[in-house]
Design a protein around this ligand. Sequence first.
Ligand code: BGC
Length: 398
Amino acid sequence: MDFTLHRSTLTPGFSHRLVKLVFSIALGVVVMSAQATTQGTQMIHQYPSASLSHYGYLSDKTAVSKVTLTNKHGIEVDVISYGGIITRITTPDNKGQMANIVLGMDDIHAYESANPYYGAIIGRYGNRIANGRFTLEGVDYQLGQNDGDNHLHGGHNGFDRKNWAMVPFTTENSSGVTLSYVSPDGDQGYPGTLDMQVVYTLTNNNTLDMKFSATTDKTTIVNMTQHSYFNLAGGGSILDHQLRIPSDSITPVDSGLIPTGELMPVAGTPFDFRDFKTIGQDINTNHEQMARGKGYDHNFVIKADIDDELIEAATVVEPTSGRQLTVLTDEPAVQFYSGNFMDGSTSRDGKPFDFRTGFCLEPQHYPDSPNQPAFPSTTLSPGEQYQIRIVYAFDVVK
Ligand code: BGC
């Protein structure tokens, strides 16, 4: 397979543009482009754009809003204030056909009642903390236990369930939305008031660039990430997707998916994704780690140094559509989850999300770091700035 990048092939279907144009004229919101003539012969949309609309109401009547970002190639991203959830990312395939490549639910009621973190901002702590316990500066903390005895993705009422403030913006080459939320001292058991901003920026280079930042007024722990589930074919099994993760080792887990503290080299194991292979190729291999995760649900180490260099965490290609996703980050690891707990109990448009029909690539620090002194630290102190970056780069291959 040819994995060469063909950036210039990313142009939206003509019909898509036409429908949009007609719709916009009907609404009377067509913006004259810079090149528009006074005769009106060249009326086109002003892209990039960011539009704010009402999405629905939570059960306590709180209003949830939605921002739709569109770039000049017709890529669209929908974000809702509830959980900062990315509900839709529409990209073209190698024939220009648009499809939504992320899993999501029908409406706010579905998200509020049973969302397995589809598209959500995760925090305060992405992935698991053993028994929900940790000690910081001599003080013991007990967090909510929402995954057996363990704490997962920030607890029962994590950032995926908070209604964030949203402010859309546009620049010459991008459109975006700034989400903010203040998590009070003691929220889900965590110390310190955490003042956060997450900025999602869709660029004309076909990237969704996400910056997460936070400050605290007491020493605390933070490990945020983005939990989009992808299916680059727009539906069906993900096992034929080709995946590369430039990682030499994973942090192996015990039966509760808590890291043992060791590093396990991937060489000679089903976890070796250093060259492209399908997600399905080795997923049923008899390997203790594979049995514990019920498939891939592991933290892959991608850099040794904690710095702000943006590197490739993973690249995925779906051979039929040619869609390619590269995930870039400055984080030291990426959790690759192959949808092993998916069981058809959630759906969109009447279509259930079955076993392994979505995968996640969640850049983050290692799970359970507060209890693992050898792992890179997730401690944030007053006066420090937490700042991480995750980029989804969309492309197509022939
Ligand atoms: C975790 C899985 C978990 C899933 C929930 C992933 O990040 O690693 O163990 O089941 O999130 O959607």
